[in-house]
Design a protein. Structure first.
Length: 405
């Protein structure tokens, strides 16, 4: 195993444990490469199912259970049984958005209530392996909470950079509860990331999704999803688009599984951004070769309020390989979709609801067939942003001192 530049025209290689975050030749992001898989797909499918009967920490994790596709150098891992997130059938939501077969892959049902835990278990394990004493990230909230929790488990110091006043109090409370040092900065997430990357602390190990080990964990959501579908490939996988780490990770998973002989086709990846933070969608519509950042991103879906996604090149290659597409939705459409997901008894944070909002719009425009098999990714739990829920509800009337909604 080794690190490789993610730009296929460069493909420079580095040692697996090099702490670089970008290619020293072309400055593109790096990725972990698994050179070969010893077992056949049939053998691995059987092995992965058998591990579900084990209580061993590695087998109990929905990430490390698929460890043949992960770096195999670790004698100890930092895990909290992340993953194991069910597929939940959409009933009212499927009818509402105009498709017959809709499942939600709810990654909000993780230890810190967010998909970030899938990547953090691998990223934090690598941090421990290379001898890091402190770890850091810039965040819109979820990464901070996840990093703080896994750092606490690993016995490392956590430092998180947050855009002041733009992070859900629920997420901030998590980071504080897990003992992180919180630095709030004026400006956007993108400015917070720049500040972190130029931190004078040279020993700080960075764990944003530009870290290739983060994506190794996040890609395992696809392994688990396909196993739950009996390895029948869905027609579409719809994912929220913020910093585009998940899109990149999912595309990598599909490519690796296809190359290893697990799949004869890949689903179409559909990336949905919020209209006020939509640089990737703008780029897709215009056909531009380069992404133009949104200088002042604005959306009530704070988890994807990102104007300069660093993983856009990886994400673009993933969407193109899958013959997918990119779109955006308004905050009003997000709120309506979130209410529908709640009405189906599932619940999610606002950013997650972009998937359902986008699916409805795409189906209405004829871009998704009514009989298509669709998996919509939900990235965060409903309790990640309770303020959004309260503000979106209308108080009807008050009777005898009791408030009725």
């Amino acid at each position: 195993m080794h690190l490789r530049c993610s730009d296929p025209d460069c493909a420079a290689t580095l040692d697996l444990h090099d702490r670089a975050l970008s290619c020293p030749v072309c400055a593109d992001l790096l990725e972990v490469v698994v050179d070969s898989i010893a077992n056949t797909p049939a053998e691995l499918k059987r092995m992965w199912l058998e591990r579900r009967c084990s209580y061993a920490p590695l087998d109990a994790s929905g990430v490390w259970r698929f460890r043949e596709f992960l770096p195999d150098c670790y004698s100890e891992v930092v895990t909290m049984s992340e993953g194991n997130n069910p597929l939940v059938k959409g009933h009212r939501t499927a009818q509402w958005c105009g498709v017959r077969n809709l499942n939600f892959k709810h990654l909000g049902w993780n230890p810190t209530a967010c998909f970030k835990d899938l990547g953090m278990t691998v990223g934090m394990t690598e941090a421990v392996y290379v001898g890091a004493k402190s770890v850091g990230c810039a965040s819109t909230g979820n990464t901070a909470a996840s990093l703080a929790a896994y750092a606490a488990r690993a016995g490392l110091t956590a430092k998180v950079y947050l855009p002041a006043g733009q992070v859900s109090q629920n997420k901030l409370a998590q980071a504080l509860d897990f003992g992180a040092e919180v630095v709030q900065l004026e400006g956007s997430f993108d400015l917070a990331l720049e500040r972190m990357l130029h931190s004078p602390d040279r020993d700080l190990y960075f764990l944003n999704s530009i870290n290739p080990f983060r994506l190794e964990g996040q890609k395992m959501a696809i392994f688990e999803m396909l196993e739950q579908l009996g390895w029948e490939v869905p027609d579409y996988v719809v994912v929220p688009g913020g910093n585009l780490g998940n899109t990149s990770a999912f595309g990598k998973a599909f490519l690796e599984l296809q190359t290893a002989g697990f799949l004869d086709k890949v689903p179409r990846l559909v990336v949905v951004q919020a209209e006020g933070a939509n640089p990737f969608a703008q780029m897709w519509r215009s056909g531009a070769a380069e992404l133009t950042p949104v200088e002042q991103p604005e959306t009530a879906a704070t988890a994807i309020r990102i104007g300069n996604p660093r993983s856009w090149k990886k994400a673009l290659r993933a969407v193109q390989h899958s013959k997918g597409f990119v779109m955006d939705v308004t905050d009003e459409e997000i709120a309506e979709a979130k209410a529908m997901i709640g009405g189906d008894g599932i619940g999610c944070e606002p950013a997650s609801a972009t998937t359902l909002a986008g699916l409805r719009k795409a189906a209405a425009r004829g871009k998704v067939d009514r009989d298509a098999v669709v998996v919509a990714i939900l990235t965060g739990h409903a309790l990640k942003d309770t303020d959004f829920i309260i503000k979106s509800q209308r108080f009807e009337h008050v009777l005898q001192g009791e408030v009725q909604l």
